[in-house]
Design a protein. Structure first.
Length: 382
């Protein structure tokens, strides 16, 4: 089987909901990382064989194959096709895995993956409806939405409110340090926006990070999903807008175009998990990806476990026996934000940047997914 390589990974900043990206169409927002890949790698666009983008809320401005809309809006050749995939929160990561599979089997030599979610202009849950299936309700009458699943997860694994708030506080602290040290600078593509006075400005940093967050302030927040529960807006992922793109290539095309590979896709996995508790998928997905690669938990140097809710990374690292100092070292969804369909692609880029910064070898990226699924990808720095 052929090898699939990551040549480059870029993203927009994550912008707070109803904030700086409010007046930018989702397709237009995606053009920034697409054209950054083109410019940074002197990409012959006519040789790009496909663009696969993850997006969760495929309705309104994000409907009608938003990936193809963005390719055309970016001014790319009409010969470049595109498609949009939806594996809920794992969409951007699944898009990348699909492209890697295409390269490995010989269908692609050069293609782009990534994801987008404009959670201001296409609000979360504005596309729901499948949960009303009579057959689904008959087979799974006790399904809950993700917030309640996080409550169930916390109760099942006996996680306290203080543990979750402490994790959330540390997420912000890690993100503050990462931003101040410029750890995101290699990947972030600045985006222009208009301020309240109509002046053009540029956003070149994730503006959801809260340097003033404290365990005390987090402890003062009300629970959202259950009276007497543990999940609050402070220990759940933040709602933000953002897009990301990843350039993948075969070895032959890398040599032909004189590209420089940054990482190799080692293994990929997607699993189904219990749909009521919903958030345990990263455990089995990570184990499957490790087994496929012939690696152990201890072989992984950098772990990106999406912080959909604080109990997700806590339970995953506990059940797998992961060293906590290797997990989400630059913050995560709680501090940086979780732009649904874009997050998986963003996490792959963040993990790659961290491997290069720390001169390490392997990273594992994993996410929990609605309706009970998990996804994982292992990459090796070149």
């Amino acid at each position: 089987m052929r090898q699939a390589f990551i040549v480059d990974a870029v993203r927009t900043p994550r912008a707070r909901r109803k904030g700086k990206f409010s007046n930018i169409h989702p397709a237009d927002l995606l053009t920034y990382p697409l054209n950054a890949l083109k410019d940074r790698n002197k990409l012959p666009l006519e040789q790009v064989q496909d663009v696969v983008m993850g997006c969760v809320t495929q309705t309104g401005e994000q409907g009608w194959c938003i990936a193809r809309t963005a390719v055309l809006a970016a001014g790319w050749p009409i010969s470049v096709p595109a498609t949009t995939v939806n594996r809920l929160c794992g969409s951007g990561q699944q898009a990348t895995n699909f492209v890697a599979m295409g390269i490995q089997c010989g269908t692609y030599d050069l293609a782009v993956s990534g994801g987008l979610e404009h959670m201001t202009r296409c609000t979360m849950f504005s596309d729901i409806g499948g949960e009303e299936s009579k057959f689904l309700k008959k087979l799974y009458p006790d399904l809950v939405q993700q917030g309640m699943a996080a409550e169930i997860l916390s109760e099942t694994y006996k996680l306290s409110r203080s543990q979750l708030d402490e994790y959330a506080y540390n997420s912000h602290q890690r993100a503050v340090k990462a931003r101040s040290e410029g750890r995101f600078a290699k990947s972030i593509i600045k985006v222009p926006y208009q301020d309240e006075q109509g002046k053009e400005c540029w956003l070149d940093f994730d503006d959801n990070i809260r340097p003033d967050a404290s365990v005390q302030s987090l402890a003062g927040l009300k629970t959202v999903f259950k009276d007497g529960g543990v999940i609050t807006a402070g220990n759940a992922s933040a709602i933000v807008d953002g897009t990301a793109a990843i350039l993948l290539s075969s070895e032959n095309k890398i040599k032909e175009l004189k590209l420089k590979p940054r990482a190799r896709i080692v293994s990929m996995a997607a699993v189904g998990s219990a749909p009521r508790i919903m958030l345990t998928g990263p455990i089995a997905a990570s184990q499957q990806a490790l087994n496929q690669a012939g690696l152990k938990v201890s072989d992984i140097d950098v772990w990106e476990i999406n912080e959909a809710f604080a109990p997700v990374p806590l339970v995953t690292l506990q059940q797998l026996g992961v060293d906590p100092t290797k997990v989400n070292v630059n913050g995560g969804g709680i501090s940086l934000g979780h732009p649904l369909g874009a997050t998986g692609a963003m996490l792959i880029g963040t993990a790659l940047d961290e491997l290069e910064r720390s001169n390490k070898r392997y990273a594992l990226i994993t996410m929990c997914i609605g309706l009970g699924m998990g996804i994982a990808t292992i990459i090796e720095r070149c």
